[in-house]
Write a protein that binds this ligand. Structure first.
Ligand code: NAD
Ligand code: 6OH
Length: 484
């Protein structure tokens, strides 16, 4: 059996306690993982602090960028190994990991390597009322040691989305990947080492949240900033912890995202887009649409077409290249999703399809599968319409006017993403601009340009990452005023 170890100051380290890494497709144990205790987290932060003052701290941005490109090369070289590890840890289909997760990890390093080379500085020519002149310009300095805490749904993609800009800006990092998916962050340590990134710049500590590595990292007085992707409630707990030492935070949190489908949409494009938005990664993407509002004249036809899509999804083993739909991440998460499936019926939902656990008659029955599920008939105040389920499930409701659709879509404490489906260009712009979210897609979903602002309003997060937004979070401006 394999061991997954912590990576601190360029060395792989075991600790006293271990926990099991489980394959969600059949419940088997993939590896034992070393859980970092407080001393190990302390040594990771110390190594990161020391590395800031050593070679890494003296490198210019061109050389940092060159090494980040080498990390991207290394990810591409280990493509198959990273895909296999991600598939085993998450249960996501191999087709998805090889089209989305691993290519995006390489792209994250390339985009931020190029951006740091091309980003300009803010400057002002100053004239005061009494006639003095000055030139102001702000240089970007690293924040220092960044604590990075990530979830299990897109493990390598979301980790590198933070590691790449943090390193591009000259910081050092201590990452705490999700306890469910420790493998790819650990393989990345080897890639980073081979790319010539000095020891101590990238450190990995494994473990859980409360009273474990996650909390030890966010509590640490020598961590200069915390960036976190995960549940809104966890974000609240981390915020409390970091308040004691007033650290900057960037939070990418949960969502209860709406899609609005107008009768004038390209019907087939909308059905296929919504099938992705509801079921991709078994519905475990923060951007997934769990609330779908469809204009009444096409409501019945749309529900029937989405049901066909759900029922023809190829459910199976994640390692089979034909599989489109894998298990949920864990037995515990399946229990949560199934509790919402039961609640939906108690709340009066009509089950259009799914709502149960599929049967395979083989080892996959030990996995954490649920059926893709569509409900209709719930009131807008139902808990299943209000709370993030984070499974392959959506509720479809009819609407009669644009105003009503906008009002229902915005009636949530979350504010991450929305999608609008219409062939009326003016309506697309008009409705998109009324969405109280961080990201709105028109006639598409999860189509990403890594230079754009990414993040959420309300319970969905604090701040934006992406492009210059990431550079601005991961650096500290020092404004220099020169009297002319
Ligand atoms: P989670 O909040 O349970 O865990 C995320 C990470 O936080 C894990 O590494 C965990 O160990 C750690 N953690 C938990 N408690 C902690 C604590 N008290 N202190 C420090 N660390 C702690 O989230 P999850 O279940 O892994 O992921 C699913 C959630 O993430 C969903 O709510 C989803 O919407 C959200 N998500 C949001 C985005 C986004 O970009 N907005 C992206 C992906 C996932
Ligand atoms: C949430 O599960 C998905 C987040 C995606 C990104 O952060 C991204 O950069 O595409």
């Amino acid at each position: 059996m394999e061991f997954i170890q912590n990576y601190i100051d360029g060395k792989f380290l075991r600790s006293k306690r271990e926990f099991a890494d489980i394959n969600p497709a059949d419940g088997s144990v993939i590896a034992q993982v070393s859980e970092a205790d407080r001393d190990l987290v302390d040594s990771a932060v110390l190594a990161a602090r020391k590395a800031l003052r050593a070679e890494w701290g003296k490198l210019g941005f061109r050389e940092r960028a060159a090494r980040l490109h080498k990390v991207a090369d290394g990810i591409e070289k280990r493509f198959d190994c990273l895909v296999a590890a991600e598939v085993a840890d998450t249960g996501k289909p191999v087709s998805l990991a090889s089209h989305l997760d691993v290519p995006r990890a390489a792209a994250n390093f390339r985009v931020f390597a190029d951006l740091i080379k091309n980003a300009g500085l803010e400057s002002f020519q100053t004239e005061t009322p009494d006639g003095r002149q000055a030139l102001n310009y702000a240089v970007r300095k690293p924040l220092g040691v960044i604590g990075i805490i990530t979830p299990w749904n897109l493990p390598l993609l979301l980790l590198t989305w933070k590691v790449a800009p943090a390193l591009a800006c000259g910081n050092t990092v201590v990452v705490k990947p999700s306890e469910e998916t420790p493998a790819t962050a650990t393989i990345l340590a080897e890639v980073v080492q081979e790319a010539g990134i000095p020891s101590g710049v990238y450190n990995v500590v494994h473990g859980f949240g409360p009273n474990s590595a996650g909390e030890f990292l966010t509590q640490h007085p020598d961590v200069n900033a915390v960036t976190f992707t995960g549940e809104s409630q966890t974000g609240a707990a981390i915020m409390k912890t970091v308040a004691a030492s007033v650290k900057p935070v960037s939070f990418e949190l949960g969502g209860k995202n709406a899609a609005i489908v107008f009768a004038d949409c390209d019907f087939d494009e909308a059905v296929s887009g919504l099938a992705d938005a509801a079921f991709l990664n078994t519905g475990q993407v923060c951007l997934c649409a769990e609330r779908v509002y469809v204009e009444r004249p096409i409501f019945d036809r749309f529900v029937a077409a989405l049901k066909r899509k759900a029922e023809t999804l190829q459910i199976g083993s994640p390692t089979d290249t034909q599989t489109e739909f894998g298990p949920l991440i864990s037995a515990q998460h399946r229990e949560k999703v199934l509790s919402y499936y039961r609640l939906a019926q108690e709340e009066g939902a009509k089950v259009i399809t799914g709502g149960a656990v599929p049967e395979f008659g083989n080892s996959l029955d030990e996995g954490f599968y649920v059926q893709p599920t569509i409900y209709t008939g719930l009131t807008e105040s139902a808990r299943c319409v209000k709370e993030e389920i984070f499974g392959p499930v959506c509720h479809v409701a009819p609407f009669d006017s644009e105003e009503e659709a906008v009002q229902m879509a915005n009636d949530t404490k979350y504010g991450l993403a929305a999608s609008i489906w219409t062939t009326n260009l003016k309506r697309g712009h008009r409705v998109a601009q009324q969405m109280n979210v961080g990201i709105t897609w028109v006639n598409c979903w999860f189509l990403r340009d890594l230079r754009t602002p990414f993040g959420g309003a309300g319970l969905s997060g604090i701040g934006r990452e992406g492009g210059m937004h990431s550079l601005n979070f991961y650096s500290e401006p020092n404004n220099i005023c020169i009297r002319l």
